[in-house]
Design a protein around this ligand. Structure first.
Ligand SMILES: Cc1ncc(COP(=O)(O)O)c(C=O)c1O
Length: 436
C-alpha cells in the first residue's frame, strides 16, 4: 500500500489466465512485505469480488446491497465495493470509522446492530449515519434520548425449526411485539421507516424462511399503513452464498415473493436493501498456510499429523460456528502425486482445542510445504484472535486481466479510484518452482 497525494492507493497485481493459483504459489516463495517467509497470508482477488457484485445485482435487480463489514473488514475490498456502488452495514464504532475514513457517504451506511453501545450510537450520529435498527422498547427509548432524528428499521423475529434457536433467541420482535413497538414509536415521535430481518446462514430451508419473513414484513407494512405511517424501506438481511447449490432456487423464491407481496406497481418507491457478507467475501480470498511441524504415528488410523501456522484460534475459527467443506491445493503437481494417507491437521497454539481437521486424506507433506485454502474470506481474518502470538495480517491483492476490464467498466468515479494496477509476470525461478 502507498500514499499518493495524501490519498490511499492499493496496489493490485494483474495476472493472465482464469484462476489465481499460480500467483498464490508465487507469493509463497516471495515474502514481499511479510515479516517472515513462512508466515501465512491471504490473496484477495478483486476480480472475483467484481464478478460477485455484478452477479448479485443481476440476480436481485430490485435489491440494493449494504455489505456486512464484519464478514471481512479489509480496506481494499471495502474500497472496491464503494467504487462499485455498494452500501455498507456496520455493527460498531470501529466499522463506522473505517468506512468513513475510506470516504463512504453516510447515506450509504446503516447500523444493523439492534443493541447499540451509546458511544457507538453517538458516533453514528456524528457521522450523519441515520438508518439504524432496533427490536425492543429499551433500544427505542435509548434512540429517542440519543438520536431522536434517526430513521429506524424494526427487526423482526425469524421462525426457526428445531430446538436450537440460533438467531431468534437473541434478536427480533414477534409480530405482536412489533405492532406495539410501532405504535410506541409513533407516540414517541420516532421515525420508523421500515422492517428488517436476517434469516441466518446455512439453513436447510432458506426459501421457506425468506417467504415466511417477507410475509411477516408485509403484515407490518399493512399495519403501519393502517396507522397512518406508510413504510418505505424493506431490508432482507444476509445469509446467501455464491457457491451454494441452492442459490438460484432461493433467489427465484425471493424475487417471486417480493413481486407477489410488494409488487412494483403498488410499491414503485419502495427501497429494498440487503446485508450480504459472505456472498462477497467468501470466495474472494484464498489463504496460504505453511506446514510448520509434522509427527508420525505409524500403524495407527491417522499416521500423519501436520501442524499449520493457522488454526481454530486464527483463520479457521469460524468453522466452529459455520462448518463447511474445505477446498485446497498445493505448490505443485508433484506434491499431488505423492502417496496419500489419513492425516490430522493441527493449528499452532499449544492446546488440543486448536485442531483444524481431525481426519483428511492428504499426500505426504514435509515441513515447509504450503497448503492453499480456497474460499477463506468469510469470517476468517475477521474472527482471528492473536492468541499465543500467532495469526497473520499479510495480504496480496490480485486481479486477472479479463476481470480488470470488467472492474474498470463497472467502477464509478474512475478518476478518484484508489486502485493502481501492476502487471505480474512470473520470473524464471518461480516458473521452475511451479513446474517442479
Ligand atoms: C443482521 C445481520 N445481517 C447480515 C449478516 C451477514 O450475513 P452473511 O455473512 O451470512 O451474509 C449478519 C451475519 O451474521 C447479520 O447478523
Amino acid at each position: 500500500m502507498m500514499s499518493v497525494n495524501s490519498k490511499i492507493v492499493y496496489n493490485i497485481q494483474t495476472y493472465s489466465g482464469t484462476d489465481h493459483d499460480n500467483i498464490c504459489r508465487y507469493f509463497a516463495t516471495h515474502d514481499d512485505g511479510r515479516q517472515n517467509p513462512d508466515d501465512s497470508f491471504y490473496i484477495f482477488d478483486l476480480g472475483e469480488l467484481t464478478n460477485l457484485y455484478s452477479l448479485y445485482n443481476s440476480l436481485l435487480p430490485r435489491v440494493k446491497p449494504f455489505y456486512a463489514v464484519k464478514s471481512a473488514a479489509y480496506d481494499p475490498l471495502l474500497s472496491a465495493l464503494m467504487e462499485l456502488g455498494s452500501g455498507f452495514y456496520c455493527g460498531s464504532q470501529k466499522e463506522l470509522n473505517q468506512v468513513k475514513k475510506l470516504g463512504v457517504k453516510p447515506e450509504k451506511v446503516m447500523v444493523s446492530n439492534p443493541c447499540k453501545q451509546i458511544s457507538h450510537l453517538k458516533t453514528a450520529k456524528e457521522h450523519g449515519v441515520s438508518l439504524l435498527v432496533f427490536d425492543n422498547e429499551h433500544e427505542l427509548r435509548k434512540l429517542k434520548n440519543f438520536y431522536p432524528t434517526s430513521r429506524l428499521l424494526l427487526r423482526i423475529f425469524i421462525e426457526e425449526d428445531g430446538e436450537e434457536k440460533v438467531y431468534s433467541s437473541k434478536y427480533g420482535a414477534t409480530i405482536s411485539e412489533a405492532r406495539k413497538l410501532m405504535l410506541m414509536a409513533k407516540e414517541l415521535d420516532m421515525n420508523v421507516v421500515g422492517v428488517n430481518f436476517h434469516i441466518g446462514v446455512g439453513t436447510a430451508d432458506e426459501s421457506g424462511r425468506y417467504q415466511q419473513s417477507l410475509t411477516d414484513a408485509k403484515k407490518l407494512f399493512d399495519f403501519s399503513e393502517r396507522n397512518g405511517v406508510p413504510l418505505k424501506v424493506l431490508n432482507i438481511g444476509g445469509g446467501l452464498r455464491a457457491n451454494n447449490s441452492n442459490l438460484r432456487q432461493t433467489i427465484s423464491s425471493i424475487n417471486f415473493t417480493l413481486e407477489r407481496l410488494f409488487p412494483t406497481s403498488k410499491y414503485p418507491d419502495l427501497e429494498i436493501i440487503s446485508e450480504p457478507g459472505g456472498f462477497f467475501s467468501e470466495t474472494s480470498f484464498t489463504l496460504a498456510t505453511n506446514v510448520i511441524g509434522k509427527r508420525e504415528f505409524k500403524g495407527t488410523e491417522t499416521p500423519h499429523h501436520y501442524y499449520l501456522n493457522e488454526g481454530t484460534f486464527g483463520a479457521f475459527l469460524s468453522l466452529y460456528a459455520l462448518p463447511r467443506e474445505l477446498k485446497y491445493f498445493f505448490m505443485s503437481e508433484s506434491i499431488e502425486k505423492r502417496s496419500t494417507a489419513n492425516s490430522k491437521l493441527w493449528g499452532p497454539v499449544m492446546t488440543c482445542i486448536d485442531k483444524v481437521i481431525d481426519n483428511i486424506i492428504l499426500p505426504e507433506l514435509e515441513i515447509g510445504d504450503w497448503i492453499f485454502w480456497r474460499n477463506m474470506g468469510v469470517y476468517s481474518f475477521a474472527c482471528s484472535t492473536r492468541f499465543c502470538g500467532f495469526g497473520t495480517k499479510s495480504f496480496y491483492n490480485v486481479i486477472s486481466n479479463n476481470d480488470l476490464l470488467i472492474f474498470q467498466q463497472l467502477q464509478q468515479k474512475k478518476k478518484l479510484s484508489r486502485f493502481s494496477f501492476e502487471e505480474w509476470t512470473p520470473n524464471e525461478e518461480s516458473e521452475n518452482v511451479l513446474k517442479s
